[in-house]
Design a protein around this ligand. Structure first.
Ligand code: MV4
Length: 451
């Protein structure tokens, strides 16, 4: 592989460019008009403008991205996360244009994007799944029978949803018919697919996911877990590895299940098996067929560059650097720094960054595309930096994160830095005793803003 086009922007575009540079691979950036002064444009060997600000006219414009790859003679496209990363049609178009898509096959993206199908597939592979319907609910009658047998509360999920989109909790039979019909109608409106499935509803689960990577020789490795329970409205805010509740014994079981899941579908490239964790038990929820925002915590504890591994696998090489005896070392935490006001319900705070200084020192990594006087465009997600720390244990990682957050200077806009400073002192976070509901019970309006 000689040249890779990065079909993305922001910190992840920089992240991929860095891996390519170290591998001696040339890079092509694509950018929208307002992103012309972005660092991904400056750091890439070549850059092609693919349209105006709105994503559907630029970063989601498949003919634009493919044309950019063709005129620059790129061998491969790395989609990053978001945008076209889990678009099966895009992966298909890449293949038909003889451009390698750095990710799994289009068929894999389609199959794992169908959440009920993915769950049924994993169930057959003896990966633990949440009790509920076997695949889609054929009718309301089936919904009622299944709910009766697993017991209320239940959750109805859109098969084309995922990541928290298109879900409805039902607590008693009297509400089931309405919820079932509404769920189908909403799913049709949002995804053009009214397929829904049912599960037993867990009130206070944790979200724990396992990083996997597979090569074309049938090798699949699991690189431990990430604890992702600290989130708000399905937007993760803090991730860490290892999870404070996962023992060596549970980790072995989770990683074995994740490897079984990936092998059962002949998965190639990087992926994530998402588990719902409750009282020592874990259940498959979804598989993500992309590199994720939080991949650096896994990189920190395993000392491995996941993007380089993705590129190697796509080039048809064996995963020789990773092996079953690969060990985790220490503890890593990532705080997502968003251009949002945490005291005002995390409302977006775009605009011009006046001052910007990133923390440094031992065990600190900052992945960011922001700089002083950078103008945050209003068109894209609000992530402006990822602050990742690595320490010998969880305590050291928390102390290091507090220290690093204190060094972070962002002026001119609101950011989530004050929220993270507050969380590093939260007793539940410190003790590791939390779940996906933690932030619902905290009043964030009184966090001191550093403006
Ligand atoms: C659940 C659940 C409880 N019980 N399924 C939300 C994201 C999507 N991947 C699945 N989600 C959930 N599925 C059952 N059977 C609770 C959630 C959920 C959640 C999961 C992970 C992280 C944050 C969450 C926040 C609210 C609900």
């Amino acid at each position: 592989m000689k040249k890779i086009l990065i079909a993305n922007r922001g910190e992840i575009a920089l992240r991929v460019i860095r891996a390519c540079k170290e591998l001696g691979i040339k890079t092509v950036a694509v950018y929208s008009e307002p992103d012309i002064n972005s660092l991904h444009v400056r750091f890439a060997d070549e850059a092609v403008c693919i349209g105006p600000g709105p994503s559907n006219l630029s970063y989601l414009n498949i003919p634009g991205v493919i044309s950019a790859a063709e005129v620059t003679n790129a061998d491969a496209i790395h989609p990053g996360y978001g945008f076209l990363a889990e678009n099966a049609h895009f992966a298909e178009v890449c293949q038909s244009c003889n451009i390698k898509f750095i990710g799994p096959t289009a068929e894999m993206i389609t199959n794992m994007g169908d959440k009920a199908f993915a769950k049924a597939t994993m169930n057959r592979a003896k990966v633990p799944t949440i009790p509920g319907s076997e695949g889609l609910l054929p009718s309301f009658g089936d919904a009622r029978e299944i709910a009766k047998s697993i017991g209320y509360p239940v959750i109805i999920k859109a098969t084309a949803g995922g990541g928290g989109r298109g879900m409805r909790v039902v607590r008693e039979e009297a509400n089931l018919e309405k919820a079932y019909n509404q769920a189908r109608q909403e799913a049709m409106g949002a995804f053009g697919n009214d397929g829904v499935y049912m599960e037993k509803f867990f009130e206070q689960p944790r979200h724990i996911e396992v990083q996997i990577i597979g090569d074309e020789f049938g090798n699949v490795y699991a690189l431990g877990e990430r604890e992702c329970s600290i989130q708000r409205k399905h937007q993760k805010l803090i991730e860490e590895s290892p999870s404070p509740v996962v023992t060596d014994k549970i980790r072995k079981k989770m990683c074995d299940a994740a490897i079984r899941a990936a092998k059962s579908v002949n998965y190639v490239n990087a992926g994530t098996i998402e588990f719902l964790y409750d009282e020592g038990n874990f259940y498959f929820m979804e598989m993500n067929t992309r590199i994720q925002v939080e991949h650096p915590v896994t990189e920190a504890v395993f000392g491995i560059d996941l993007i380089k591994q993705q590129i190697k696998v796509t080039a048809g090489e064996k995963l020789t650097e990773i092996n079953p005896n690969y060990k985790m070392r220490g503890h890593a935490i990532e705080c997502r720094i968003n251009a949002e006001d945490p005291t005002k319900g995390f409302r977006p705070s775009p605009g011009k960054i006046q001052a910007f200084h990133v923390p440094g020192g031992l065990g600190v990594r900052v992945d960011t595309h922001a700089y002083a006087e950078y103008m945050i465009p209003p068109f894209y997600d609000s992530l402006i930096a990822k602050l990742i720390v690595h320490g010998k244990d969880r305590n050291e990682a928390i102390e290091r994160m507090e220290r690093a957050l204190d060094e972070f200077i962002i002026e001119g806009i609101q950011s989530t830095v004050p929220f993270h400073r507050f969380m590093m002192k939260n007793p539940n976070f410190i003790s590791g005793d939390f779940n996906t509901k933690l932030l619902e019970g905290i009043d964030l309006s009184k966090i001191e803003n550093n403006l």
